[in-house]
Design a protein around this ligand. Structure first.
Ligand code: PA5
Length: 704
């Protein structure tokens, strides 16, 4: 006869429960009630239902060993994953193994680290669910929401199917991703939306059938695995199956698309104990609302705090409210309880410290870090230089600016457009200028060296179309050409890498254009923000935010997203800075365009290209619909388990926000270079290419 089996899934880093999870994996923390660990509470909760032989654990090697030891599980009840790859492969693996013996058996999938207050009610719900599973339904327990949570996915309940054990089983209409606040409020008032508990009940045969239908990579791997069951080759075969499996959650990979899905609305005191606030909520508290776990607490004039110690500390709280104080061997957290979600950032900041930064600074023999630190000063100096440049009034009267330049110099053109939103601005990175360039255009030849052939060629071509022109360089042929033809030329200091001379190029031009009646808004604010950032991100402050970011991007391929019209050129600068400083691939793309093509590339991204990390650059000046698109994309990325970061510009003005993001990228790219073990400064392939081209002389005056 078919039996019932509990399959406990253990994984996840528990970053929000730092620093306790440094010392112990979350399932081994003692928050299961009555002093039990979470994993023991999970085990005991299902024990009366399935018996000790019916409980299986899926985890990776070390974790499986530790949790198995805590539960006294025999090795045959441990299902080992080669590495964590989200819940779908874990469920598939367990279903294959257990289903091989008992295909019509019922599988109860349980996260290892949730808390449930009314355990008897929980078991009754599982019995009701098992009845629905026997009828072929894929069942999820849906938690009746108690507040408009934005941190959980929801299930929309449909018509009732039947009642058992005091519970009504409903058809499930759909699974929906984590909502924003307004949607969550609407769900709460509708009454038929429930939190997705991550607890699932189904027949082995049914879930395997749905995996076959919706996750072909996983299904193919499982099919090949079948013949290795019980053989010494099994572990190796699991590794191969995982390699080809979709790294997705069972919710997203199967439940959102499957047929015959049902939900049972429950309210038995459930919590996923995601952060210290959630732990405080379920803890026994003093009349003042203080909770102490594993610690001896004396509180005076203090309320609403959680104190947890893994080293059994005596803790005194005096005159403080609403804190989470968590002590682990070698680490201590003191946080406002209402900001518990952000503890993850602290965990990541410490992870970045694992790198020996002072040692890494030695790689910077070309002095790129110093050049980046000097950027705000460079900008100020350049602004003054530009203001005293005294461009001839005859240049006035243009309606468009066209900057011709390449690489590190060309970005100046993009940024001029951001700084001077009232003027049409185009940047030409080519040998030719567009046909529509004419007298109404102010042509600017920008080349740091003054010797770049594309720039010189396009500039000369443009000179035939407009008499409004100027050049900017540290010298070179551009200077000579301007002098010969009596064209205004502005000299900037030499000795930098072109990309590190951006302040000289951009701010000199901004200062000079003021003389022609063009004033950038928010210059002072932007410069103040940059100066503050130089202090915060310099190598003397370590680890700093840019170093943490570099650590997150390390050994990944970053794709940087900017919004067209605001941060798109900044995203491009990030990409090129990562290329040139860190000497590694990086890409950039734009919103809203990505929603019309690139988003489809997310389909297989996690599975085939897990090493990509997406970085969204955001400012308050982004179009409101673009901001909404990012909100939606966030959900899409989360559901697919795709890694992403969001970075916000600093300051109020558009220029400050854009340049602060740019500056953060410059720092991050240089620190990433050090993590990659390279000196950020040299760009050997660019020099080699230029040398090679120089062997085949090109006369820019010969025409495009
Ligand atoms: O960063 C670099 O070295 C390059 O991108 C250069 O800027 C590019 O080759 C153009 O040279 P220049 O800036 O001297 O015109």
């Amino acid at each position: 006869m078919a039996g019932t089996y509990a399959v406990i899934l253990a994984g996840g880093k528990g970053e929000r429960l730092w620093p306790a999870t440094l010392a112990r994996p979350k399932p081994l923390l003692p928050f299961g009630g009555n002093g039990r660990t979470l994993i023991r509470a999970t085990y005991e909760r299902v024990l009366p239902l399935v018996g000790a032989e019916g409980i299986y654990l899926v985890a990776t090697g070390e974790l499986a060993e530790a949790l198995g030891a805590e539960l006294g599980l025999p090795p045959e009840q441990l299902i080992l994953e080669p590495y964590g790859k989200n819940t779908a492969p874990a469920v598939g693996l367990a279903a294959l193994l257990l289903g091989a013996r008992d295909p019509e058996g019922i599988m109860v999938v349980l996260p290892a680290d949730h808390r449930i207050e009314d355990e008897e009610a929980f078991r009754r719900a599982l019995r009701a669910a098992a009845r629905a599973a026997e009828e072929g339904y894929l069942v999820t327990l849906g938690i009746r929401p108690t507040y408009p949570a934005t941190g959980y996915g929801y299930i929309e309940g449909g018509e009732p199917l039947f009642t058992a054990e005091g519970y009504t089983v409903h058809r499930a209409r759909r699974f929906v991703e984590k909502p924003d606040r307004a949607t969550a409020e609407a769900y709460l008032s509708r009454g038929n939306f429930f939190w997705n508990s991550g607890i699932f009940i189904w027949r082995f045969s049914r879930i395997l059938e749905e995996i076959e239908r919706h996750l072909p990579g996983l299904a193919a791997g499982l099919a090949r695995l079948r013949e290795h069951i019980g053989e010494p080759s099994f572990a190796e075969a699991v590794r191969a199956a995982y390699a080809g499996a979709e790294g997705t959650s069972i919710d997203y990979g199967v439940m959102e698309k499957a047929e015959r899905i049902a939900t049972i609305p429950v309210s038995f005191g459930w919590s996923d104990l995601g952060d210290w606030h959630a732990i405080w909520e379920v803890s026994r508290k003093s009349p003042q609302g203080n909770a102490a776990a594993n610690a001896e607490l004396v509180a005076r004039d203090a309320k609403g705090s959680l104190v947890f110690s893994l080293t059994r500390k005596r803790v005194g709280l005096l005159g403080v409210d609403g804190l989470a104080v968590v002590d682990a061997p070698g680490a201590l957290l003191v946080a406002r309880r209402d900001r518990a979600q952000e503890v993850r950032e602290i965990a990541r900041a410490f992870a970045a410290r694992e790198h020996d930064w002072p040692e890494l600074y030695r790689l910077d023999t070309g002095g790129m870090l110093g050049a980046i630190e000097g950027f705000p000063e460079q900008c100020r100096e350049a602004l003054e230089r530009g203001r005293s440049a005294g461009l001839p009034a005859g240049l006035k009267g243009f309606t468009r600016i066209c900057v011709v330049g390449m690489g590190g110099s060309a970005i100046t053109g993009d940024l001029l457009g951001l700084a001077l939103p009232g003027v049409e601005d185009i940047t030409v990175r080519d040998y030719r200028v567009p046909d529509y360039i004419g007298e109404e255009t102010l042509l600017i030849g920008a080349s740091y060296s003054g010797n770049t052939e594309e720039t010189l060629t396009a500039f000369l071509q443009g000179l035939g179309r407009t008499r409004r022109a100027l050049g900017i360089s540290s010298g070179g042929k551009l200077r000579d050409l301007c002098r010969e033809r009596g064209i205004p030329w502005i000299g900037i200091p030499g000795g930098f890498q072109p990309r590190a001379a951006l302040g000289h190029l951009l701010f000199t031009l901004l200062g000079a254009l003021e003389g022609l009646g063009l004033r950038a808004e928010g210059l002072e604010e932007a410069l103040d923000v940059l100066s503050r950032m130089a202090g915060e991100l310099s190598p003397r402050v370590s680890p700093n935010r840019a170093q943490e970011l570099a650590a997150r991007l390390w050994r990944k391929i970053p794709v940087i997203y900017g919004a067209t019209g605001t941060t798109a050129p900044i995203a491009f600068r990030w990409r090129t800075q990562i290329n040139e400083n860190a000497k590694q691939p990086a890409f950039s793309a734009e919103l809203p365009e990505l929603c019309h093509n690139e988003i489809v590339g997310y389909e297989l991204a996690g599975e085939l290209f897990p090493g990509i990390v997406r970085v969204f650059l955001r400012t308050s000046r982004d179009h409101p619909r673009v901001a909404l698109r990012v909100e939606i994309l966030r959900g899409v990325l989360r559901r697919r388990g795709l890694e992403f970061l969001e970075l916000r510009g600093e300051g109020g003005g558009g220029l400050a926000q854009a340049l602060s993001l740019l500056y953060l990228g410059d720092w991050t790219s240089a620190y990433l270079a050090l993590l990659n073990g390279v000196d950020p400064t040299p760009v050997a392939p660019i020099s080699e290419l230029k040398d090679r081209l120089a062997r085949e002389p090109w006369d820019p005056a010969a025409g495009p």
